[in-house]
Write a protein that binds this ligand. Structure first.
Ligand code: IMP
Length: 192
């Protein structure tokens, strides 16, 4: 059985990927390998941050591993908040303040096209591979729903009448950026 470290302590993400990976891949978290350091996300791109985290684990703990990074890219804001999605509202940011900032910036703006993009960086047997998942959609003019997290209440995926925050997790995973990237990773691992 292959063992891989997922450079996260987000239990929701761990559960999601362990479920998708099935029986023949053992996934360890940062806690499982006694890694308590904060790995700084200082790169200017999602790819850069995902690689930075995976390389840190490889270098300091010598495990095969993978890491992810996600951003919301809004067309009329030139791709912002992008790599800064988690901290878009600045110091004291939280999901509500981040959404408020986006809604403020898009007030009266016609073009509300946006996409979520996830990048997963895998380092296995010394080789780096990137996997990407994208979901296209629109930014709503106000919040809808209370499920999910982050920008879910203001993001409506193309072809759907509801926001991500109005979908149950199974439905969201089926079409989401992270769901798509995870399935590509799992397919790759199964083919090895
Ligand atoms: P992370 O790289 O997965 O931690 O994501 C960075 C930020 O992007 C999060 O703090 C959220 O604000 C946002 N984000 C990531 N994934 C989602 C999602 O599935 N729905 C809504 N917001 C998300």
């Amino acid at each position: 059985m292959k063992t891989l470290v997922f450079a996260t302590n987000n239990s929701h993400k761990l559960q999601e990927i362990s479920h998708a990976a099935g029986d023949h891949i053992r996934i360890l978290s940062l806690t499982d390998i006694n890694c308590t350091e904060e790995i700084d996300e200082t790169a200017g791109t999602l790819e850069g941050n995902a690689l930075l985290k995976a390389r840190y684990i490889k270098e300091h703990y010598d495990y095969n591993c993978f890491a992810d990074d996600t951003g919301l890219e809004i067309e009329s804001l030139n791709g912002k908040p992008g790599v800064y999605s988690a901290r878009y509202a600045g110091p004291g940011h939280d999901h509500q303040k981040n959404m408020d900032k986006v809604l403020r910036e898009l007030k009266g703006v016609q073009n509300r096209k946006a996409r979520f993009r996830t990048v997963i960086a895998l380092i296995m047997d010394g080789k780096e591979t990137l996997f990407e998942g994208i979901v296209e959609g629109n930014i709503l003019t106000e919040r809808h729903g209370d499920k999910g997290f982050g920008y879910d209440p203001i993001f409506q995926p193309t072809g759907y009448e509801t926001s991500f925050a109005q979908m149950d997790l199974t439905e969201k995973n089926r079409i989401s950026h992270r769901g798509k990237a995870v399935r590509k990773l799992v397919e790759f691992l199964r083919s090895q």
